[in-house]
Every structure is written in C-alpha cells, then in structure tokens.
Design a protein around this ligand. Structure first.
Ligand code: ACO
Length: 327
C-alpha cells in the first residue's frame, strides 16, 4: 500500500532580528514580561522588498536539495499562508513561477497556524491515491506586515519565516505518515481574525483608520482553546494507530507560546525534552513554525530512522490537528 513520507525539509528566516529589548522601545512592555508569558526572546523580520513568496522559495529550494528533487519534478505545490504576497493570485503560483516548477499545479491553503499541517494532510491524500509523486508543502508567513505594532497584546508574539517539506510515496510499511487528524470550529472564529480587507469590509480608509486590516486576538481564549484540544488531537492519532503516549519519540509542534506547549505535554505526560523548541529565537511564525521545527530537528540529526514523530498545530479558525509519522 502506498503512503507518504517526507523526503526533504527546508527552512528560512530573514536576517533582521527584533529582540524583546527592541520592542520595549515600541510598546509598553518588558523583556521579562514577554519571556515569562511566552518564552519568546527574539523574532525575525522580513526586509523591505522581501515577500512571503521569496521566503517560501528559499525554504523550498533547501527542501528540494535535500530530497534530490528538481522543481520540474513537482506535481503539486501547497502553501499554507494567511499572509500571501497579495489577495490574488495565490502565493503558491508565485512560488511556482519563481521555482520554475512548470509541471505543478499550485494553490494556497488558509488554516492560519495549522496551514502546513493541513497542507501535509492534503499532500498525503494525493500521494496515497497515486495521483501525485512529489508534493511541495510550504508554510510561509510574513505577519510583521499584518500585526498592529501599537498593540502590545499581539505584536510581541509573531515573527516572519518559511518552512518546506517535499512529500513523496513509499511502500515501506515501517516508515512514513501513519495518519493525520484535522479539526475546525468556526464558532470560535472571532478569537483570532483580521476583520477588514475581505469582502465583508473591503479595504477602505475607514478599515485602515479602525485598524481592521491588522491581526485582532483574544490571547487568553486562544490559550484555553489550545490546551484543551491539542492533547485530545494527539491521543486521537495514537488511538487510531494502536499506539501509546510512551511510544512517541519526538513532538514537532506549532509554537505559539512555550506555556501552551508545556501545558499540552504535561497533560499528555510527555517530557518536554521530546519537543524541538525554537520559539525563543523565532517567536510564533504561524504556518512556518511546524516545518521549521521539523527541519531543525532533522538537520541536527535528532530524528533517527523508525522514530515515532507526533505533530500538532493550531491556528485561527479555529483550525487544529495532529499527524503521526515514522521517520
Ligand atoms: N507586555 C506587558 N504587559 C502585557 C503585554 C505585553 N506585551 N501584553 C499584555 N499585557 C498585560 C495585559 O494588558 C494584562 O494587564 P492587566 O492585567 O492590567 O489587564 C496582563 O498583561 C495580563 O494579560 P493576559 O492576557 O491575562 O496575559 P496572559 O498570561 O494570558 O498572556 C498571552 C497573554 C501571552 C497573549 C497568552 O494569552 C497567549 O500566548 N495566548 C495565546 C495567543 C497566541 O498564541 N496567539 C497567536 C496566534 S494563535 C496560535 O498561534 C495558536
């Protein structure tokens, strides 16, 4: 039976570093508050003229090089993003053109911070059905241009980056993606949104004056939601595969807040050392966070053949889920 495995990973973060100390000059906050409440010390900010697609392309090239795959080998490009270069066309077709991936069809996926996990699940369906052999899954976000830099509740959290995975088929029953489980709850749509700039409130002076084109967030509600649903998503994945919490070798997680990750792992009974944490250096990079973490753990040599990796992500929508994989 065909199922999918990850053949290559890649990541990119812009050069410019914005530290908590730097933020003290922008809003009423302190390094101590941000570190204690979130675990974040610094984040990366894209350069002027650097677009989401530019970051995505660099991460993608690194993943393709690792997979030994040429752009023209790619059948599908899926970009999980809520900060595409422009509302139309998709970020994915711009990435396709920049890479020269002429055979691929390409589209964006909107599931906020869960975007790359949702994209991975879709890639898996195409691979398992035999209709694609190489799928490029990207999570890329340039949220520094969408946050309100006068709102200390949200602006301290986010950073810019991209991560990529090349997904292909395997018939080895002991390796690859075992399952993905995805969920959404649109009744919680108002706890994290960008209310303006869409068809409900098209771009206008009023939208800009009211800051409706920026990220609006109820941090406490997101926190409560995340620590409730993420442990259940991991347990659901383990249960579906007849596995136990103690079978997990690594957790690769979307990183919104160190306290969220710690709380979820504590509820599951998984030691924190099993999770690759890089939030301190990048902040919350939304859909990029999961593939960046996977890439760092991979390139650091932490992932051994046969290791069981549990992935989890949650984002605005709310949208969340889990994946289980044998490396
Ligand atoms: N610096 C200093 N003080 C601050 C800051 C700041 N940057 N931000 C908020 N405060 C203040 C608040 O105004 C509040 O003051 P008050 O008590 O006088 O009203 C106080 O700190 C406590 O605020 P809380 O919101 O209760 O703080 P909490 O411990 O919940 O932490 C945080 C806030 C960090 C936002 C947390 O709720 C969180 O991380 N939630 C998840 C949000 C998130 O991850 N969003 C990203 C997108 S969604 C995703 O990726 C899943």
């Amino acid at each position: 039976m065909i199922h999918s495995q990850i053949l290559g990973t890649g990541a990119y973060a812009p050069k410019r570093v914005l530290t908590n100390k730097d933020l003290e000059a922008l809003v009423e906050t302190t390094d101590q508050w941000i570190t204690a409440r979130t675990g974040i010390k610094e984040r990366r900010i894209a350069a002027e003229g650097e677009d989401t697609s530019d970051m995505a392309v660099i991460a993608a090239r690194r993943a393709l090089a690792m997979a030994g795959c040429r752009p023209e080998d790619i059948d599908i490009i899926i970009v999980g993003t809520i900060s595409a270069d422009m509302p139309l066309p998709s970020c994915a077709v711009i990435v396709q053109a920049k890479l020269g991936a002429s055979r691929a069809f390409a589209f964006d996926l909107s599931a906020a911070c869960a975007g790359s996990l949702f994209a991975l699940s879709i890639a898996d369906q195409f691979i398992a059905s035999g209709s694609a052999k190489r799928v490029l899954v990207i999570g890329a976000e340039l949220l520094s241009r969408l946050v309100d830099w006068s709102d200390r509740n949200s602006c301290v959290l986010f950073g810019d980056a991209a991560g990529a995975m090349v997904v292909g088929p395997t018939t080895d029953p002991d390796r690859g993606l075992l399952s993905t489980h995805l969920h959404s709850d649109g009744t919680a749509a108002d706890i994290l949104n960008i209310p303006g700039g869409g068809s409900r409130h098209p771009q206008s002076h009023e939208v800009v004056d009211k800051n409706m084109h920026k990220v609006h967030m109820n941090g406490r509600e997101i926190y409560k939601f995340a620590v409730r649903v993420l442990p259940a998503a991991i347990l659901e994945a383990l249960d579906a595969n007849g596995l136990k919490v103690s079978d997990i070798d690594h957790i690769v997680s979307h990183q919104a807040n160190a306290r969220i990750v710690e709380s979820v792992l504590e509820r599951l009974g998984v030691p924190l050392e099993k999770c690759w944490l890089n939030l301190e250096r990048y902040g919350n990079t939304s859909s990029a966070s999961l593939p960046i973490s996977l890439d760092e753990a991979n390139r650091a040599g932490c992932l051994k053949k046969g290791d069981l990796i549990a992935m989890m992500a949650i984002g605005g929508g709310m949208a969340w889920g889990s994946a289980l994989m044998r490396w």
